[in-house]
Design a protein around this ligand. Structure first.
Ligand SMILES: [Zn+2]
Length: 361
């Protein structure tokens, strides 16, 4: 289904099912914010000058505000917003909007209502009549699809229609996206934010403990022969059997098991919607299961030479970790060269180790 078709169907669905919601919640209910919160445009202007920490701090403040008004947990709102940020990164042209703190993007028919004669309607009352999602969250009387508070409040109000349990949340996500990958991602993100109670989960680690006993170079795109013609989608890090393999990021174990190409392999999803793939392992960390949360530097398995045959096959090539990264665009996944990131994480970790040594000597 084409994207525009999908959006149209989505908008049409909302026209049917949102009818009772308007009665329950009223067409234009606005939370009562203080005056200080009524100038989100200013916040957007200064976005360019803000540090990463300041941006995360401001985002968290917005999520908290909407959470306290709607009783939808902040981490669910944050998870949707973060997922939508990653979609915008993957589809900047389809989802172009002015720079703002939030990532949630609703197009005109979704925001203002499919049969609304004014696609740019910002009147919460008439949007409500046409069953659009748009609401006024900032308290200025307008439902502006580029206002951070309006966007978040509109999404939280939509979630509220479905209820507040975890199942209600999953159903609401399915009804909104009609894409099981989107639902899975957002539930993963939500789990991470809930567990750590912060948005700042960007720490990274090199996949092997820093030492002199491994080596790797940029082998992106070179030919593979086993199992037919393939392009090498990753970096091979050669190291002795049994070297610990560590998670490079905060994430969720999405996959664990055998594959004829990758042998014993494990896949971890991070909050940038990237899939980290570790292959040819000797074995997995026993306690680790699908759905578990991992942190940077946590041991997930050991270097081996498994793969290129039936389960348990090993020794067909020297022991190494095959490390790949895939980005999810919402409908498809593609790999990109992990080499520069590996170099970066390795350098950062070496620096940190040196700094620590200096501090203790
Ligand atoms: Zn490889």
């Amino acid at each position: 289904m084409r994207n525009s078709e999908f959006k149209l169907k989505k908008a049409r669905r909302s026209f049917i099912c949102a009818a009772c919601a308007a009665i329950v919640f009223g067409a234009a209910v606005s939370p009562a914010w203080g005056d200080a919160d009524r100038e989100p445009a200013k916040a957007a202007e200064s976005l360019e000058k803000m540090s990463r920490e300041e941006i995360l701090f401001s985002r968290k403040a917005l999520y908290d505000k909407v959470a306290s008004a709607t009783r939808i947990p902040w981490y669910r709102i944050a998870a949707i917003d973060q997922y939508e940020h990653t979609l915008t990164k993957a589809h900047p042209k389809d989802r172009s909007h002015p720079k703002r703190l939030t990532g949630i993007f609703m197009n005109e028919p979704v925001w203002s209502g499919l049969f609304n004669p004014d696609p740019n309607d910002s009147n919460p009352h008439s949007i409500g009549i046409f069953n659009g999602y748009g609401k006024d969250g900032s308290g200025d009387g307008l439902a502006d699809m580029n206002n951070d508070m309006d966007v978040l409040y509109s999404m939280a109000s939509y979630l509220l229609r479905h209820g507040q349990s975890e199942d209600d949340f999953s159903i609401a996500l399915w009804e909104y996206y009609h894409n099981s990958r989107s639902v899975q991602r957002i539930l993963q993100f939500s789990k991470l934010y809930e567990k750590f109670q912060t948005l700042d989960l960007s720490g990274h680690a090199f996949p092997l403990p820093i030492s002199d006993s491994y080596s790797y170079r940029d082998t992106w795109g070179t030919r593979r022969s086993w199992g037919g013609y393939r392009i090498h989608e990753g970096t091979d890090i050669f190291a002795p059997y049994g070297t610990p393999v560590r998670s490079t990021c905060y994430g969720i174990v999405e996959l664990k098991g055998w594959n004829p190409f990758g042998g014993w392999r494990i896949g971890i999803r991070d909050l940038d919607n990237r899939y980290h793939y570790y292959a040819h392992l000797q074995g997995f960390e026993k306690k680790l299961n699908q759905g578990d949360i991992v942190v940077p530097g946590q041991t997930i398995g050991w270097v081996g030479s498994s793969g290129y045959g039936k389960p348990g096959t090993q020794g067909k090539f020297p022991p190494h970790l095959h490390y790949g990264i895939y980005r999810d665009s919402g409908l498809a996944e593609w790999s990109f060269d992990p080499y520069p990131l590996l170099r970066h994480w390795e350098t950062e970790e070496r620096k940190a180790i040196q700094k620590k040594r200096k501090g203790t000597s």
